[in-house]
Design a protein around this ligand. Structure first.
Ligand code: DHB
Ligand code: MG
Length: 217
């Protein structure tokens, strides 16, 4: 196989999806309602949700922080991987998205495991107590990912889990792109993560690319 040939093709992507748990009726309805409410269709894929659930289960995660709730799809998915008493604190800036997510979380099977924290990511993260979470998932505005990472590394203990969405920049990683698109910001974050000595991390080629890492020191 030539060096520049991508082994993860669209065919592989579909094949992975066909061999991974899909959405249940509740999440299918949530997506329909989100579309009807004009919420952007930018949730993680079901296969990425499964990847994150498996990792959270292996990690024994109990307290998860998410930056970027959107419709609540990933928060509900992650909460389903937590034991009784576990909790996802999910941060959302946009009131319309927070309202929608709160409504659907309340109707979900994990209503007691998810709480929406309203406000800007960095501001809310700064209010979260050091040592009070064992996993973080970054999925909000890409330009602030390095700041989110820094705050999460303060909050997490050594061995804590860090995941971050959109490492492949919405499929546009290798395109010429200005700063506004978020593509350049993703590339900057990927470089930042690669150089980050406090985290041992790898980009997993699932969904739109998912960083998975462990806080080392
Ligand atoms: C965008 C953001 C996301 O977090 C995502 O998963 C897909 C797209 C965006 O800003 O376009
Ligand atoms: Mg995303």
């Amino acid at each position: 196989m030539p060096d520049d040939d991508c082994i993860i093709t669209r065919r592989h992507y579909n094949y992975i999806a066909e061999h991974t748990r899909g959405d249940d009726d509740f999440l299918i309805e949530l997506k329909k309602a989100a579309e009807a409410a004009d919420i952007p269709r930018i949730w993680i894929s079901p296969a990425q949700a499964s990847l994150m659930q498996v990792i959270l289960k292996l990690h024994g995660a109990k307290q998860v922080i998410e930056v970027g709730t959107l419709a609540g799809y990933s928060a509900i998915s992650m909460a389903r991987a937590l034991p009784a008493g576990g909790r996802v604190r999910t941060i959302e800036l946009e009131p319309k998205h927070a309202d929608f997510a709160e409504d659907w979380i309340a109707r979900s099977d994990v209503a007691d495991k998810v709480v929406v924290l309203r406000g800007a990511g960095v501001d809310v993260l700064k209010t979260i107590e050091t040592g009070s979470a064992d996993a973080c998932f970054l999925d909000a505005d890409k330009a602030n990912y390095p700041k989110y990472l820094d705050e999460c590394l303060r909050i997490l203990p050594v061995g804590g889990l860090i995941m971050a969405d959109n490492a492949f920049a919405f499929g546009r990683l290798f395109e010429e792109a200005d700063d506004e698109s978020g593509v350049a910001a993703v590339r900057r974050f990927n470089d930042y993560m690669a150089a980050e000595k406090r985290v041992h991390a790898v980009m997993v080629g699932i969904g739109d690319g998912c960083w998975v890492g462990v806080k080392e020191a």
